[in-house]
Write a new protein. Sequence first.
Length: 141
Amino acid sequence: MKRYWLMKCEPDAYTIDDLKRDGHTSWEGVRNYQARNMMRDDMQVGDAVLFYASNADPSGVTGLAKVVRAGYPEPRQAKPEWYMVDIGFVSRFADVVSLETLKATKGLEKMVVTQKGSRLSVQPATKSEYDIIVRLGRAKA
């Protein structure tokens, strides 16, 4: 069953344009057990990803990606504690769908990223939330 995710990255580390240029990348360096468990246990090839620029101006969804390799241990570990997935580029939105827009959009009220104190860099999303954000992103084109 296809799942939907929101993955956050700071623009000074990696952007949707970097992903477009590279085609795909390893999503490594996540140091949160809840996020690690989702990458290790739940993310599967073909899952859809909302690519989110955090600590940006404005922060928000900048485009779409997909999981192209399911969870596997990060290299250079004595024992596998931290996991990563590989994601591939799907599309870039013409403009950022800002966090402010997400918070103001009907149907996204329960989305993890819109909740106060939400800090996870990897978050589940529903198909409905994903579809609404894709519509918002494409409407700005």
